[in-house]
Structure formats: structure tokens, C-alpha cells
Design a protein around this ligand. Structure first.
Ligand code: H2U
Length: 384
């Protein structure tokens, strides 16, 4: 069966249709769904939630993190690996990663001598951004003005590095389960001289959609989801959060502005305040789902602002087909200790999920917007 992504090739041949049950119910009957943003398919098999689990159970997270640890290199006043001492910062704090994956001055590998052995130059910078001076808070436990300061810092670092590099990737790995190496609340910023694979695919898809339909793919997608409602998690004056139709991770979400906004620095003060508020609500719901500090990897994607040409055939073109968005990819599936593994079938064939995106959205919608730890802690939180 061809699955080129245009939608029309999805119908199965007659011989296979015979086996299709008379009434299709997405929560009972496996099916494949198309992700038009990243041009890939996911197998949805919700009935698998009933299978027994005797596999790996994650250790419970450390119950308490000290608010300040002078030996933690991300804390105010602490010494980092390169010997530098952090200032006694009181808000966000951005510094150059002492172990950067990208450096500005790496030499080029030179021309390839065979098409099967291609390599190209890679330059860039990596930064670390602490969200807050305290180690014992996470974004949902911070106040809205404190989260707004993080949004402002994201916008300004995007602007600054985006003037020099075609791609600036902001991402947060939250929780040891997602490879986070330090409990202090922080994210990373990597700027590169090349357009990485995922944004490159999103660039292709959004550009093709715009040229075919005359408007950004994610503007039409948001409009459809607002009409259909079944995958919405949160809506506000300026933002919507939904479990995408093509979600791969169990409680994956997509955050979108209502207005056409190409990149973070374009957000107005009102949109930034509202973003801080809706982020706090979403992340509170996430923590409330299994009453744990919910692990995830998240990141934002927006149009490049680099004045030079992005790599590839679209060099020099405009980026109006882009709509700013953030992806949240959380691994937990059944409880605070049982996660979804992306292993055999996912590594060798394609992504598969166990509950439908509609079921996940319904669960997230039903959760309170007040953090479960409120009232349990003595004075660890700074809730607005
Ligand atoms: P992660 O938790 O997502 O790994 O981010 C922490 C980053 O902090 C990590 O990339 C950097 C690591 O290289 N770091 C420093 O730059 N200096 C240090 O002294 C410790 C950690």
C-alpha cells in the first residue's frame, strides 16, 4: 500500500477491506494516522492498553531536592565545570554550555569523495538557561511572572542567536527519565549552521501546504481542532493546547498561538503573559495526571530569522508558511513508574501508540488546574 502523504492513497486494497469490521471505533480498532507536519505515520492500537505489564518499572523520583546546593553547578554562586562561578542570579540565568555539542570554530571536513560518504561542516553554540534560582521548583510550580521571564529569555536568545545561525533549538529535558542530568530547573539552547532533520521536514511540509492551499498548515489545523474539540486540552485568549491527531507519545501535546506568529520574538506582551499562564496550566495537569513531577522533552519550532540563506533548495526564500508551535513529548503511559518505550517496532518500522489521542485529551482535560502539591509543601512553591 502506498502512503505518500497526500491522503488519497490511504484506502486499502479490496482484499484487505474484507477483514475490516463493520463499524470502525478508533478506541477499539487499530488504524494508522498521518502526521502532515513531519510526513510520517503512526499506528494507533488502543486495545493494547489491556495487556499486562511485567516489564521495567521506573524508580520513584527523589522526593526532595534541596533548594540550594553550593555543589550543584547550576545554582547561583556555584562553581561550574569550567571553573567559572555563577553570579547570585535571582531570575533566569543563561550561560555557555561547558560541554557544547556545537562549537563556532570547527573546521570543515572538506569535499566528499563518494555520495555514500557525505559529511558537511557543522558550527554552532550551545547554551544552558536556568529558569529560577531555586533547585526545588519546576515550571508548573513557578509563578506566572516567573514563567513569563523564561518566555522573554527564550525570545531574546532566539533573536540573538537567530541573527547568526539558521536554526536555534530551545529544548527542555525534564526528569532523569528523559536524560536530564541536573534537577535544577533549566533548558538548553543549541544554535546550528545547518537546519536539523526535524525542522527540515517541518519546513518542507509547511512550505508545500502553503503553496497548495494558500495558508499555513498549522493555522488550518488549529481551526479544525477548535471546531472538532475532541482533542483540545486547554484554550485561552491567545493559545490552544491539544493532543495532535497524529500524536506518538501517550500524552503528547502541541501548543499553538491562535494568531499567525512565525517565531517567538514576534509574540506581543499579552501573548507572552498568556503563554506563561497556559504553560503553567498544562504542566500542572501533566504533574496531576500521575501525581509526579511529569517527565518530558519539549521544544519550540518557529521560522528561521537568519538573513542568510537556510541550507537546501529553499535558500533565500521567505518563511511566512511557518507557524510557531511547541511540542511536548512525555514518555509516561500508565503511571508514574510505567513508561512507553519506543523500541522494536518503533525503531524498525514506525511509531505505535496504545491509547487514542482523543482518550489522552479527555484525561488531560478532566484534570484540575491546581497543582497536587499545593498544600502538601511547607513553602516550596511560588504559585501565582
Ligand atoms: P541537561 O540536564 O539537559 O543535560 O542539561 C544540563 C547541561 O548543563 C548539560 O548540557 C551543562 C551540561 O553540559 N553543564 C555545564 O555546562 N556546566 C556544568 O558545570 C555542569 C553542567
Amino acid at each position: 500500500m502506498s502512503r505518500s502523504g497526500t491522503g488519497s492513497e490511504q484506502r486499502q486494497p479490496e482484499s484487505e477491506v474484507d477483514a475490516t469490521p463493520a463499524t470502525f471505533r478508533p478506541s477499539e480498532h487499530q488504524h494508522i494516522r498521518y502526521n502532515p507536519l513531519q510526513d510520517e505515520w503512526v499506528l494507533v492500537s488502543a486495545h493494547r492498553m489491556k495487556r499486562p505489564w511485567q516489564g521495567q518499572v521506573e524508580p520513584q523520583l527523589l522526593p526532595t531536592v534541596p533548594r540550594h546546593d553550593p555543589l550543584n553547578p547550576l545554582c547561583p554562586g556555584a562553581r561550574r565545570a569550567n571553573g567559572e562561578v555563577n553570579p547570585h542570579y535571582s531570575g533566569t540565568y543563561l550561560f555557555d554550555n561547558d560541554f557544547p555539542a556545537l562549537q563556532p570554530d570547527a573546521p570543515s571536513p572538506g569535499p566528499s569523495d563518494h555520495p555514500l560518504f557525505r559529511a558537511e561542516a557543522a558550527q554552532g553554540v550551545c547554551k544552558v538557561m536556568c529558569f529560577h534560582p531555586w533547585s526545588d521548583v519546576t515550571l508548573p510550580l513557578m509563578s506566572i511572572p516567573e514563567i513569563r521571564a523564561v518566555v522573554d529569555e527564550w525570545a531574546s536568545v532566539t533573536e540573538e542567536l537567530g541573527a547568526q545561525y539558521p536554526w536555534v533549538q530551545i529544548f527542555e529535558n525534564k526528569g532523569a527519565m528523559m536524560g536530564c542530568s541536573n534537577p535544577h530547573p533549566h533548558c538548553q539552547v543549541w544554535a546550528s549552521s545547518f537546519l536539523p532533520n526535524v525542522p527540515q521536514q517541518e519546513e518542507r511540509s509547511q512550505r508545500a501546504y502553503q503553496s497548495q492551499h494558500g495558508e499555513p498548515l498549522l493555522m488550518e489545523y488549529a481551526r479544525q481542532e477548535l471546531l472538532r474539540k475532541e482533542r483540545l486540552v486547554l484554550t485561552s485568549e491567545h493559545w490552544i493546547v491539544l493532543v495532535p491527531f497524529w500524536a506518538v507519545w501517550p500524552f503528547q501535546t502541541l501548543m499553538l498561538p491562535r494568531r499567525h506568529v512565525r517565531r517567538l520574538p514576534e509574540l506581543t506582551p499579552a501573548e507572552r503573559d498568556d503563554l506563561a499562564s497556559i504553560m503553567k496550566k498544562l504542566l500542572t495537569k501533566y504533574d496531576n495526571l500521575f501525581e509526579t513531577s511529569f517527565p518530558y522533552s519539549m521544544g519550540s519550532h518557529g521560522a528561521s530569522q537568519w538573513a542568510g540563506a537556510p541550507t537546501g533548495p529553499e535558500a533565500g526564500a521567505n518563511w511566512d508558511h511557518w507557524q510557531l508551535h511547541a511540542h511536548y513529548y512525555p514518555p509516561l503511559l500508565r503511571s508514574a513508574t510505567v513508561r512507553k518505550f519506543m523500541v522494536g517496532y518503533e525503531m524498525l518500522a514506525q511509531a505505535q501508540r496504545d491509547l487514542t489521542p482523543e482518550q489522552a485529551a479527555e484525561k488531560l482535560r478532566a484534570l484540575p488546574e491546581v497543582h497536587y502539591r499545593l498544600g502538601q509543601d511547607r513553602e516550596t512553591t511560588a504559585i501565582a
